[in-house]
Design a protein around this ligand. Structure first.
Ligand SMILES: C[S@@+](CC[C@H](N)C(=O)[O-])C[C@H]1O[C@@H](n2cnc3c(N)ncnc32)[C@H](O)[C@@H]1O
Length: 274
């Protein structure tokens, strides 16, 4: 990220010194699944578009990579109404997909979709911060876990538990594919006073939470807490034009791939275990 942009962004964030009172913080955290459920009640399946870009960004999702396994297994956490899942099922005839979300309504939309076929897909309700995935999915059986804009919905103190939960079902040699909001993203800079719970954690108008990740935070989660050997981890910056402000507006995402300990991102053994 450009240093002038970072300095300006920091100056904007430093101005917002107040935080949401504890009572409300606890309420938003306690009622997280209810608030997402209401989100899907209002928006049904119309809010997010199908994510057709995912195999451009993650080569693992293309046939011939991890998907060259005979019957690759994928787990999409925080699947919403399935916008990540449908293009994957469509393009990869052999893949089996587990998809979970803590909103019952979202899972219901997945199950009611015309593309839902129990021979190829299982959607289930699960709060990844507290319900053990290994109760539904055999331990160490999943080739790819996708975490697409879901960790930002978790309060930071629950993120490490979610990492350990997903790693329990990941195969040795499997991958976690992660994409989420990055530090200084346009949406973070646009929050007005009264929405901040703590640094980089905000509540939206509808009560859902939004956390903005630094690459350091991701490394801390997956390598220090999760025990992964390696993390390919970077900001994706998309400059927006025609914005009438001094500050350049940027959509900033973090994108990461994490292999399980004992393997490396190119599939060979990491140096320290040779
Ligand atoms: C921004 S949506 C992303 C949906 C989907 N991954 C996609 O790419 O379209 C975030 C989803 O995470 C779900 N979610 C948030 N916290 C969760 C939790 N603790 N356990 C399971 N799902 C959660 C929400 O219900 C919501 O459907």
């Amino acid at each position: 990220m450009d240093q002038t942009f970072v300095d300006n962004a920091k100056a904007i964030l430093e101005k917002d010194t107040s935080t949401v009172p504890d009572f409300w913080q606890n309420k938003y955290k306690k009622e997280a699944s209810r608030n997402w459920d209401l989100f899907y009640k209002r928006n049904t399946t119309n809010f997010f578009k199908d994510r057709h870009w995912t195999d451009r960004e993650f080569e693992e999702l293309r046939p011939g990579h991890v998907f060259s396994e005979q019957k690759p297994v994928l787990l999409e956490i925080g699947c919403g109404v399935g916008n990540f899942v449908w293009p994957i099922l469509d393009r990869n005839p052999d893949v089996y997909v587990y998809a979970c979300d803590f909103s019952e309504r979202a899972v219901g939309f997945v199950q009611a979709n015309e593309n839902y076929n129990e021979e190829r897909c299982k959607a289930f309700v699960c709060d990844i911060t507290k319900d053990r995935l290994a109760d539904t999915i055999p331990p160490h059986s999943v080739d790819i876990i996708s975490a697409i804009f879901v960790f930002s919905a978790l309060p930071p103190e629950k993120q490490a538990a979610a990492v350990l939960n997903i790693l329990e079902v990941l195969k040795p040699g499997g991958r976690v594919l992660f994409r989420d909001y990055g530090l200084y993203d346009l949406a973070q800079l646009r929050f007005k006073t009264g929405h901040k719970l703590e640094d980089n954690l905000y509540v939206r108008q509808d009560g859902t939470l939004s956390y903005y990740f630094s690459t350091e935070r991701l490394r801390e989660l997956f390598v220090e807490h999760g025990g992964l050997s390696e993390l390919a981890n970077d900001y994706m910056v998309k400059k927006l034009v025609n914005v009438k402000k001094n500050l350049d507006s940027e959509r900033i995402f973090v994108q990461a791939k994490a292999p399980i300990a004992g393997t490396s991102l190119d599939g060979s053994a990491p140096m320290d275990t040779e």
